[in-house]
Design a protein around this ligand. Structure first.
Ligand SMILES: [Ca+2]
Ligand SMILES: [Ca+2]
Ligand SMILES: [Ca+2]
Length: 242
């Protein structure tokens, strides 16, 4: 029992010294959990301008998060765009786009995360290695490219969390939709390590976000430190017994 308490105390100390808050894949984009790991473009301007296009809250891309930790990649999105059903505007129907991921800093997105959300509000994500992308509908919104993958190979499928509602972090009010997910960093062919970049937009490209994060594989020095800490706890227990 004594040993259990010692090791638990050691781990508690470790998490305090490390990163502040863990990301919970729960369909809520909490700004504290994503602190330091998201881009923000929340807010609707005059005439519904969201840049580069118009459409107001229904097209506002608010927060995009990306974090690599403990051998996992976490991603999250909050937007006014209806991620489950798409959006019909002036008789035209627009679909949500895929997440686009660049893993080798060459400004070419290498992976797509496609998704669908079922009637029980469970999203299924499909990670593709991409050979070609499709642009957004309006050429004048080309800065928001790409929209979705057009050809590629399936790498993995996994589930995550979806949420919708009226969130306090939405600067201009209105309804927002959230997707969160995580997958194994090892699924990505990290040819040169370093930064990952994530991008998201919808079919028209009226608003978009991009964010970057360092790819973090657990370092040998951290494991060594953890190992010696446990050894230290063991020896401390031995001394107590004597
Ligand atoms: Ca969350
Ligand atoms: Ca907003
Ligand atoms: Ca690339």
């Amino acid at each position: 029992m004594k040993k259990l308490i010692t090791v638990a105390a050691l781990f508690a100390g470790f998490s305090l010294a490390g990163n502040a808050q863990a990301i919970t894949v729960d369909g809520t984009f909490n700004l504290d959990e994503w602190d330091g790991y998201y881009s923000e473009d929340d807010g609707v301007g005059g005439g519904g301008y969201i840049g580069p296009g118009y459409g107001g809250q229904a097209f506002d891309v608010e927060y995009l998060g990306l974090k690599s930790e403990g051998g996992l990649v976490y991603f999250g999105l909050q937007t006014g765009f209806n991620l489950k059903n798409g959006v019909t505007y002036n008789g035209d129907y627009f679909r949500p786009g895929d997440f686009a991921l660049d893993v080798n800093q060459d400004s070419i997105y290498d992976y797509a995360i496609d998704f669908s959300i079922n009637s029980s509000n469970i999203p299924t994500f499909s990670l593709y290695s991409v050979s070609a992308w499709e642009d957004v509908m309006y050429p004048q919104h080309g800065i928001a490219n790409p929209f979705q993958y057009s050809s590629g190979d399936l790498v993995a499928t996994f589930s995550g969390a979806y949420g919708s509602g009226y969130y306090s972090n939405n600067e201009d009010g209105g309804k927002s939709y959230v997707l969160e997910g995580s997958f194994d960093l090892g699924l990505l062919a990290l040819s040169s390590g370093g930064d990952l970049a994530l991008h998201w937009t919808m079919e028209c490209g009226n608003d978009y976000l991009r964010t970057t994060a360092a790819a973090s594989v657990p370092e040998p020095s951290t494991l060594l430190l953890l190992g010696s800490g446990i050894a230290g706890a063991f020896f401390a227990r031995k001394r107590l017994k004597r």
